[in-house]
Write a protein that binds this ligand. Structure first.
Ligand code: GAP
Length: 442
């Protein structure tokens, strides 16, 4: 895609997101709060569907992964042990002329300001964790941190899950939840924000099996994005070279997506070795080893971690789904080709006219379908306009109730992607729609 077209795409997505209720700027009526965003009625459904798709694939459909939900505030010692208090820093530089702040490691030319060309200050390490106080006293003993990743919740609960479930390595613990990072340069809409949601899973394995499982999870995660409709050309796996690895990682790969600004991280998959369990064992004084009854061996499991961002994935699904198609009559159709399971609305129901009882039949169908699908009823405007409004939010199926419905008890089912139409008996609708969703292919 040409550079201009790519820039346009981002602008179009931001504008559509606001116009159709996907994403709004936080506190907009007060001028907005930098890098904070609110999900609107369509956005919350899309993001919930993305999270459910992750939970379903990573936890519910598997016998070897358990879910948990940990508190955002954790004991401060957790961040000492994990290394975040000491190492979770970015090098911050200020422009001496225009006073803009930059992350030094992200600058192509680290000697001058990319905006005005001015000289830069020496880099200072800036800790990304948000600090707050627990209780009424704002003194050093009351400091707690907003978690910068959900992962530590899984490590500190390793023993609890082993003791309360019947899992033994190889097995995983996953959670979805908010994380907070005081990013120096947030931006690109919901790509990098200071408050965001992560979908992380820690897979605990016998040490000698780490490389096998690392390969396995890289493939699984790539496959997940394929299943939910991201075009393979827009995805790639990029293995980190040694200099990029975090202090705890033996290997790491990013699932990268082709954003309008180029290839960039969507999710990371890391081999964290036994770093986390070992350090929590040392700092807490609690035994976090696993004893294998069969081999009579005691060991600290290694961890393979697929760590995804719910907001970043939502953005990638939005960007990838967006299309403008020029119709035969020269008009442009804006359409989001979401996987039906991700689409905020699955079925829209329209009476051809809001009279002669067609509206009553349509309302009844919409109410019945709500049992199984997110359904939207719309009786206003020309039918073509109603289709266009649904295409723009990615509704995969529209049903029109017309005068023939009274005779044949059938409705017209229109597909978003092909725009093909077929008649379906009202009594078959739930079954047919379920099959359509199951068999959908991009
Ligand atoms: N536990 C490992 C970990 O947190 P990470 O690469 O720092 O690894 C994992 O984060 C994922 O979380 C990223 O791939 C991205 O999708 C998401 N993420 C991280 N920082 C983010 C931010 N500031 N805004 C939005 N998403 C973010």
């Amino acid at each position: 895609m040409a550079e201009k077209k790519k820039e346009d795409l981002m602008e179009k997505i931001v504008s559509l997101a606001k116009r159709r209720g996907f994403v709004f700027q936080s506190s907009e009526i007060y001028g907005g709060l930098s890098s904070c965003w609110d999900y609107g009625p369509m956005g919350i459904e899309l993001k919930r569907n993305v999270k459910n798709a992750w939970w379903d694939y990573m936890i519910l459909k598997r016998d070897d992964v358990e879910g948990i939900d940990c508190s955002i505030l954790m004991a401060p010692q957790v961040w000492v042990a994990s290394g975040h208090l000491k190492n979770f820093t970015d090098p911050l530089v200020d422009c001496k002329e225009c006073k803009k702040r930059w992350r030094q490691d992200k600058l192509e030319d680290q000697s001058k300001c990319p905006e005005c060309g001015g000289g830069l200050t020496e880099a200072r390490n800036f800790n990304l964790m948000f600090k707050t106080f627990m209780g009424p006293l704002e003194d050093a003993g009351a400091i707690v941190y907003m978690r910068p990743e959900t992962a530590q919740g899984m490590f500190v609960n390793f023993k609890n899950v082993v003791n309360s479930s019947r899992q033994k390595p190889p097995f995983g613990i996953g959670q979805i939840g908010k994380s907070f990072r005081n990013e120096i340069t947030p931006g690109n809409f919901v790509f990098r924000t200071r408050e965001f949601e992560q979908m992380e899973m820690e897979f605990f394995v016998p040490p000698e099996e780490d490389e096998k499982w690392y390969e396995y999870w890289k493939n699984q995660r790539l496959q997940w994005y394929h299943i939910y409709g991201i075009r393979p050309d827009n995805l790639r796996l990029r293995e980190h070279d040694k200099s990029e690895l975090a202090h705890y990682a033996k290997a790491c790969a990013d699932v990268e997506f082709m954003y309008p600004w180029g290839w960039d991280e969507l999710e990371g998959i890391a081999n964290r070795t036994d770093f986390d369990l070992k350090t929590h064992q040392e700092h807490s004084g609690k035994d976090l080893t696993y004893f294998d009854d069969q081999t009579k061996e005691r060991y600290l499991p290694f961890v393979i971690e697929p760590a995804a961002g719910a907001d970043r994935a939502t953005l990638a699904f939005l960007l990838d789904a967006y299309d403008e198609e020029v119709k035969e009559n020269g008009e442009t159709r804006v359409v989001l080709h979401f996987h039906p399971k991700l689409a905020p609305v699955k079925v829209a129901v329209f009476p051809l006219m809001k009279k002669d009882g067609l509206d009553e039949i349509a309302k009844k169908i919409a109410t019945d379908l709500k049992e199984d699908f997110t359904t939207f009823y719309d009786q206003s405007g020309a039918i073509g306009r109603r289709y266009a409004r649904q295409d723009e939010i990615g509704t995969p199926f529209c049903l029109t109730i017309d005068y023939d419905t009274k005779e044949d008890n059938a409705v017209t089912l229109r597909h978003r992607d092909s725009m093909e139409q077929k008649r379906v008996k009202i009594e078959d609708l739930t079954r047919v729609l379920k099959e359509e969703i199951k068999n959908w292919k991009r």
